[in-house]
Design a protein around this ligand. Structure first.
Ligand SMILES: Cc1cc2nc3c(=O)[nH]c(=O)nc-3n(C[C@H](O)[C@H](O)[C@H](O)COP(=O)(O)OP(=O)(O)OC[C@H]3O[C@@H](n4cnc5c(N)ncnc54)[C@H](O)[C@@H]3O)c2cc1C
Length: 301
């Protein structure tokens, strides 16, 4: 088993670029390695968590007093129609990807084989594991709609393939969020499509984002959209677009993004999250629920 690193700074491994170090940090190379690190942490009474590309994480300034397991070190193989020893027999074309692969790598591998239908994933800057765990979605589609199944290391140490229904996936939700296991790999349904058309789709989605989303470090949308409304619209309506606390600012371009203007701390970002929640609740009696995940801190008050 690879040795865990002590006091590994997590900020550079997140898109918000804030937060302190993990007391222990490892990039497991195999399931055995992963289980070994988890066992060691549990024996020492250390909490642990799994991270992907850190694009939806707010890490506390004091860091995480436990073990961070990052899946993007070795787990990034992507194979069109690949099969492991326990892969179910999926109907039709599919791409099999390990959890640390970036969502955009999955789209590119499929495109190279003339297979599409998952272009929206190219615009979400995270890993396969993060996409399943968050049921990430964009441009009218979400991961659960193209996911055939995910191979899960369950809490009891067993491994099983689960369908999106078995994972309870709905808008930005997956049952794994209750602490129910680690995504090892996932299979995505694809369909024949000319590579040139897919490339065009990807370029258009990228252009759409460049025109509507900030370039500064962020974690994408901070809050889930409440039913029938948009968090960004509500935040703008209470006059918070552009408002800053310390180095954290509600993006002047997209009000559901909080950007790091260069000197933000996790504390600044958290204070701004609470300010937004308070103002929207006071005006509209709507509770905005964070979509981002806290590490070493609790987002709810
Ligand atoms: C500029 C920008 C734009 C964004 N746009 C979108 C968007 O359009 N739609 C959208 O849905 N999201 C969006 N996001 C948020 C983010 O990209 C997604 O939530 C993404 O799926 C997170 O993946 P990740 O690998 O970075 O996960 P991380 O941020 O590393 O982790 C997120 C959560 O997933 C868990 N996790 C990660 N890997 C695993 C695993 N293998 N097994 C179990 N749990 C795991 C972590 O414990 C954590 O709780 C955006 C973010 C940014 C920075």
């Amino acid at each position: 088993m690879a040795v865990a690193i002590a006091q590994r700074p997590l900020a550079p491994l997140t898109t918000w670029r804030v937060g302190g170090p993990a007391l222990r940090y490892a990039e497991p190379a195999s399931v055995e390695d992963l289980l070994g690190h988890i066992d060691a942490a549990e024996h020492s009474g250390l909490p642990w968590f799994v991270m992907g590309r850190g694009s939806n994480l707010l890490v506390a300034d004091a860091g995480f007093a436990g073990l961070a397991l990052r899946m993007c070190g070795s787990w990034h193989a992507v194979e069109v129609g690949g099969r492991g020893s326990d892969t179910p027999s999926f109907d039709g074309d599919y791409v099999l990807a390990q959890s640390g692969a970036s969502s955009s790598a999955v789209v590119s591998a499929a495109m190279a084989a003339g297979l599409g239908g998952i272009a929206f994933l190219s615009s979400i800057p995270g890993s396969v594991g993060g996409a399943v765990f968050m049921n990430a979605g964009a441009h009218g589609a979400q991961t659960s709609e193209v996911l055939l199944g995910a191979r899960i290391l369950q809490k009891d140490g067993t491994i099983a393939w689960k369908t999106p229904a078995e994972l309870g996936m709905r808008y930005r939700h997956c049952a794994l969020q209750g602490g129910g296991g680690i995504v090892l790999e996932a299979a995505f349904r694809v369909r024949p499509q000319p590579a040139a058309d897919i490339r065009q789709e990807i370029l258009e989605l990228a252009r759409w984002r460049r025109e509507r989303q900030p370039r500064e470090p962020s974690a994408g949308s901070v809050f889930r959209n409440p039913p029938g409304d948009s968090a960004g619209r509500l935040i703008e309506a209470v006059g918070l677009k552009g408002v800053a606390i310390g180095g954290a600012q509600v993006s002047p371009i997209h009000a559901n993004f909080i950007i790091n203007t260069g000197s933000a701390t996790a504390r600044d970002i958290l204070a701004l999250i609470h300010e937004v929640q308070d103002r929207v609740a006071a005006t509209y009696q709507i509770e905005l629920i964070p979509e981002v995940r806290g590490v070493g801190l609790v987002l709810a008050r």
